[in-house]
Design a protein around this ligand. Sequence first.
Ligand SMILES: [Zn+2]
Length: 125
Amino acid sequence: MNPKKALRLEADALARKCADLQWLGTCAVCGRTGTEVHHLISRATMATRYEPENLMLLCAGCHQHSSELSAHRTPARFREWLMLKHCDTLVWVDEHKHDTVTATIPWYQEQIKRLKATLARLERT
Ligand SMILES: [Zn+2]
């Protein structure tokens, strides 16, 4: 496997664990079991892909499928919900949505180091 891809997969797995702990395993919208990690700023935006503020644990319905409120199916309504329930996070999203970075191997290594530190902190609380 190409080394960058291996690092990306490792960082993605660590980010997933962080989101699980941050959101206590529950969907941020409905409180059911959270099974999917939603990136408030698209995960294609590498600069924010591993920022804890950018990760939200959701159930499949609230992430992809619900026609009432879901991050991907009703994005405008999801944004309104975010403004009401997590206003600070929405402010953060708007401040960072145009951030850019070149994802080099050292950058991935730094992200992994940072995610491991975040995980260790979350596991202590
Ligand atoms: Zn849900």
